[in-house]
Design a protein around this ligand. Sequence first.
Ligand code: C2E
Ligand code: MG
Ligand code: MG
Ligand code: MG
Length: 280
Amino acid sequence: KAKSDGRGLTRIFSDELASAAETRRELQADLEEAWRLRQFRLVYQPIYEADSRRLAGFEALLRWTHPTRGEVRPDQFIPVAEETGLIARLGAWVLETACTDAMQWPDSLFVSVNLSPVQFRDGAVEAQVYRALKRSGLPHHRLELEITESTLLQKEVETQAILADFRRSEISIALDDFGTGYSSLRYLIDFQIDRIKVDRYFVEGLADKSSSQAIIQAILALASTLGLKCTAEGVETEEQAEMLGAGGCTHLQGYLLGRPLQPEQARALAHAARHRLEAS
Ligand code: C2E
Ligand code: MG
Ligand code: MG
Ligand code: MG
C-alpha cells in the first residue's frame, strides 16, 4: 500500500521499519548486557479493598533503567526478552525478588507477579515458582500469579494442570487485562482462576462511555456469580472508584490510590497501613 502513495512516503515508511528493526536488535543486545549488569528492578503498586479502602497487597512491576535510553517500558522490552529467551532468567528473578520483598511486609498483604506465556511454554514455571517460595519463605497463600488469556490459549491441557497444581498449593491465579484478549468465558470455568483484573481500557471509559459501563457491569456480575475476586486496573478518578465499588468490584488499583513505589517506599506504606488499622 505504501508504494502506491509515491516514492517519498515509501522511503519514509521503509526507513521507519528499518529503524524499528534496528532498535529491536539493539534492545536484544542491550537486554543481555542489562541482565549481566543487573539493571533491572521491581516497583510495587498498591492494591486496595474497594469497600474499606484498606491496603490488600501490591503488584510487582518490572523496571529497566537503560544507561543512555533511560527508562524503557516493560511493554517494549518484555516482548524482546520473550524472543531472546532472557524471559526465563528474568522471570525467575522477578518471582524470587518479589517473594523476598513481600516477606518484609505485614503478613496480611499479598504480592502479585506477572508471568509471561513463554514461562509456561518452556515448562519452567512450576519449578521457578516453588523455588522462589522456598528460598524466600513466603507462605503460598500470599502469592498471586497474573496470567493473560494468551497463556491459556497455548498447551491448554498442560497449562490447566499447572494452574490446578498451584491452586492446590494455595497460590492464587489472576487473569490480567481481562476483556482485551481472546476472552472466552469458558476459561473462567475450565481454568482455576481466583481473580479477574479488569483492563484499564474499560475503566477509562467508565465515566462517559455507556459501552464501557455495560461491559464492566457484565464482568462484575459474572465475577460475583462465579465467586471470583475482581481488581479494576487504572483507577484514576474518585468517580471511577465509586462506580466500581458500587458495582461490586472487590479491589482497586490505579494512580488515584497509588503509583508504583520503590521497594523501601512500599515497605513503609505497608507498615503505616497496618498501624492505622491497629489504631482504629
Ligand atoms: P499490567 O500487568 O496490566 O500492569 C498494569 C500497568 O498499568 C502497569 O504498567 C502500571 O504501571 C500501569 N498503571 C497502573 N495504574 C495506572 C493508572 O491509574 N493509569 C495508567 N495510565 N496506568 C496505570 P507498566 O508497569 O508499564 O507495565 C506494563 C505491562 O508490562 C504490565 O501490564 C505487564 O503486562 C508487563 N509487566 C510488568 N512487569 C512484568 C514482569 O515482571 N513480568 C512480565 N512477564 N510482565 C510484566
Ligand atoms: Mg498485571
Ligand atoms: Mg493488567
Ligand atoms: Mg495491562
